[in-house]
Ligand binder design. Structure first.
Ligand SMILES: C[S@@+](CC[C@H](N)C(=O)[O-])C[C@H]1O[C@@H](n2cnc3c(N)ncnc32)[C@H](O)[C@@H]1O
Length: 269
């Protein structure tokens, strides 16, 4: 996969040289190209921002440097990339979107600073290629570089051969399929006792069916506790009778609208 990132802080993206993403680059699975937007700003001070039309606080990123940078990138490759525009006003970045983006051969990221990029840039490239405005959460950061680090890592770990065990992301929280609306439950490793704390007996049983059921029940318990909104939005048809039993024990039932709602107190101890 090819990734182009245009930024005024190339050094902010140094973490892309370490760990999983760094190794994927070294192995040639990821071709990451970082571009300094100021190289496309040709006045004496390499200016990339200006005051907003209509007044108000803050500065807005000028369209000309972005246009030159993106034209150059688009002309340098085969086919069309997906342009990912980080912005708090974008659609939420989810595991589902990470999976979708991981299937694309080429992504271009446009992390901004100040109050963001002149709107005409998004319109201009939206007329030519697939442009996604994406938010990593309901809070506002000073710039889009940290969101790009987040998104690149989430996408890169899904690429074939990047994770040591290809199956390991299939059981993750939010993984499309059986975990789509669930959080992963707790995990344990050796030693079997630490500071007087043991591990759940079932994990030592060697009984794969029971272990899988226990893990799924724990996923429901954790989702119930930390993200009940995920259960509310889930499709009840996606759950089997064991899933429904644990949900009922946690106080959930399917209402007249065909969705789960918390209707009773949990009956679990
Ligand atoms: C200070 S923010 C601009 C916020 C903008 N005035 C607003 O309220 O929507 C500057 C840049 O940081 C990045 N950014 C900040 N928060 C973000 C978030 N939650 N998700 C994605 N990008 C974000 C974007 O690139 C954004 O253009």
């Amino acid at each position: 996969m090819r990734l182009d990132i245009v930024t005024i802080f190339p050094e902010y993206l140094e973490p892309l040289n370490v760990s999983l993403v760094g190794k994927a680059r070294a192995r040639g699975q990821l071709d990451v190209r970082i571009h300094d937007l100021r190289d496309c700003a040709h006045d004496k001070h390499n200016t990339v921002d200006d005051t907003p039309y209509g007044g108000g606080p803050g500065m807005v990123m000028k369209p000309e440097p972005w246009g030159e940078a993106l034209d150059g990138i688009l002309a340098s490759g085969e086919g069309e990339p997906v342009i990912v525009v980080p912005t708090p006003s974008g659609a939420p970045f989810t595991q589902q979107l990470a999976v979708e983006l991981s299937a694309k051969p080429w992504l271009v990221f446009t992390p901004a600073r100040y109050e963001g990029i002149d709107r005409r840039v998004i319109e201009e490239y939206g007329d030519r290629v697939d442009v996604r405005e994406v938010s990593i959460g309901d809070y506002v950061l000073a710039g889009g570089e940290a969101p790009v680090l987040v998104m690149v890592e989430a996408v890169a770990r899904l690429l074939p051969g990047v994770l040591g065990n290809a199956a390991s992301h299939q059981d993750d929280s939010f993984a499309p399929g059986a975990m789509a609306d669930l959080l992963e439950g707790p995990v344990y490793t050796k030693p079997p006792e630490w500071r007087g704390r043991g591990i759940p007996e079932v994990l030592l049983s060697g009984h794969h069916g029971k272990i899988a059921r226990w893990r799924r029940d724990e996923a429901f318990r954790r989702t119930d506790r930390n993200r009940p909104d995920l259960i509310e939005r889930a499709d009840p048809a996606a759950f089997d009778k064991h899933d429904r039993a644990i949900l009922a024990a946690l106080g959930w039932s399917v209402g007249a609208d065909g969705r789960f709602g918390r209707t009773t107190e949990a009956v679990e101890e």
